[in-house]
Design a protein around this ligand. Structure first.
Ligand SMILES: NC(=O)C1=CN([C@@H]2O[C@H](COP(=O)(O)OP(=O)(O)OC[C@H]3O[C@@H](n4cnc5c(N)ncnc54)[C@H](OP(=O)(O)O)[C@@H]3O)[C@@H](O)[C@H]2O)C=CC1
Ligand SMILES: [Mg+2]
Length: 434
């Protein structure tokens, strides 16, 4: 049985008064709270130490801290969170567009924002425990690791208007709380680089909040986003890429509309070259979301080839190490996967390393029940230059038991896709080859 989320602080009353609606309890949910069982394909677990002390703090402490801080930092923070709730202006924003320089904005303490999110989610079941699996301990790295998160967060307009989820209660999709579940996931793992798909709340939510957490963001909307077909939409969905400004310098940035069969398509990618401030080493990071649905395999394959061509040019034939994150909408059996696996860019898929033989992708990264049936697929990947980068650890996926009979999204988890998180290090010799 779940333990219900804790705390009913006086701070919550302020939140309600300010317009954050609270929903009734979700009722009994499927599966256990903390996971008791690992997925069968996972290697031996060795959880990484938590990077965020607040995640482990007790309920009483958390409640006291929240209540105490409402008079100062948290109330400012709350206003930052509350301002993101109404967002009609966001849909008017012009296309593309990097976020403004956030240096003049007041920073947010991530622990305080996490507490705010947890307070909003207090009637929900607790988030599931996922462990980092250590993958390479014999080769210490002298440089700080680079943590990368890949996540299709589910566009709000698609989730409510087009995806046709059959088992997910509409209450579980309410943006006010789903937004906090997404932020909670990001804040729990604190990625240095965040690659997102189906972002339709960039300008009103993710850009303002993440910029105040020290990220620099770039958003590239789909030219004909299906979100725009949904009544009361919040603008087009697209890919977003965020990196921590205190860790990386932006060297080069390109937004690409992918082509297939020489035609411009509705799918996009963002490719950036970053320089590590600690080591001075450069690498390339890309995010994409390929065409969905069965019957479009050759189209996806062509889009993947176009992305690879662009990556070849930008990395000067793989001289710069590369990380490519995406919802490829393709199982490993598809051509687009094979193109990436066999490319001259020497890429490997990070999550294969969690399988016992290191050769198999996870059994699923997305699991949902639509009115048309149940869909369990491996669609999301983090590709990396296998000669110049090492995956030090990867976040294990949710088990079937944790996901529960109604599948995703749910009261526990905000998207129909799981987040993937990896810690990378540069290999020792910068030999100019990836
Ligand atoms: N493609 C084009 O050239 C044109 C597109 N359009 C508009 O764009 C829309 C399609 O855009 P396009 O980018 O090609 O969209 P996709 O086919 O790539 O799908 C868009 C979204 O729908 C989700 N999705 C996938 N399968 C299903 C399903 N069975 N039921 C419901 N949702 C699903 C996907 O989520 P996930 O990735 O998580 O599976 C994805 O985010 C059209 O509906 C139209 O409004 C209009 C003219 C031309
Ligand atoms: Mg989707």
């Amino acid at each position: 049985m779940y333990q219900s989320r804790r705390r009913l602080c006086s701070a919550l009353l302020h939140r309600d008064a300010a317009g954050l609606r609270r929903r009734p309890g979700p009722g009994p949910g499927p599966g256990p709270g903390p996971r008791g069982q690992r997925s069968p394909w996972a290697a031996a677990p060795r959880p990484a130490p938590p990077r965020l002390p607040a995640a482990a703090s007790g309920a009483a402490t958390l409640c006291a801290r929240t209540a105490c801080s409402m008079g100062n930092g948290t109330s400012r923070l709350y206003s930052a969170l509350a301002k993101t709730l109404n967002s009609s202006a966001a849909s008017q924003h012009p296309q593309y567009l990097e976020s403004p320089d956030p240096e003049h904005l007041e920073p947010i303490d991530p622990k305080e924002l996490l507490e705010e999110c947890r307070a909003v989610l207090q009637s929900r079941p607790p988030r599931f425990q996922r462990d980092f699996v250590d993958l390479k301990t014999d080769c210490p790295s002298s440089h700080p690791l680079i943590r990368v998160m890949q996540w299709n967060i589910l566009a709000q307009a698609l989730g409510e208007g087009k995806d046709n989820f059959a088992q997910c209660p509409v209450e579980a999709l309410r943006w006010e709380e789903r937004k906090c579940l997404i932020l909670e996931e990001i804040l729990a793992y604190q990625p240095d680089i965040l690659c997102l798909q189906e972002v339709d709340h960039y300008f009103d939510t993710f850009q303002p909040l993440l910029s105040r957490l020290g990220y620099r963001g770039t958003f590239f909307p789909k030219p004909l986003s299906p979100c725009l077909d949904v009544e009361h939409n919040n603008g087009p969905d697209g890919c977003a890429l965020f990196f921590l400004q205190n860790r990386f310098k932006l060297v080069h940035s390109t937004n690409i509309r992918l082509t297939a069969m020489a035609l411009k398509t509705n799918q996009v990618a963002i490719i950036q070259t970053l320089e590590c401030k600690e080591s001075g080493r450069q690498f390339c990071i890309a995010v994409t979301h390929l065409k969905a649905r069965s019957g479009w395999e050759q189209f996806r394959s062509a889009q993947g080839c176009d992305l690879l061509r662009n990556l070849q040019n930008i990395t000067q034939g793989a001289k710069i190490p590369l990380i490519v994150c995406g919802d490829f909408n393709a199982e490993p059996t598809e051509d687009v996967y094979k193109h990436f696996a066999s490319s001259s860019l020497n890429l490997s898929s990070a999550y294969k390393l969690l399988s016992p033989d290191g050769q198999s992708e996870p059994p699923y990264t997305s699991w949902k029940i639509r009115t048309s049936g149940e869909y369990r697929h491996t669609l999301d990947y983090i590709w990396y230059s296998k000669h110049s980068l090492s995956v030090r650890s990867a976040l294990d996926l949710l088990t079937e038991e944790q996901i529960g009979a109604s599948r995703l999204p749910s009261f526990n988890y905000p998207s129909d896709h799981l987040s993937l998180v990896c810690d990378f290090s540069f290999n020792k010799e910068p030999d100019g080859l990836s």
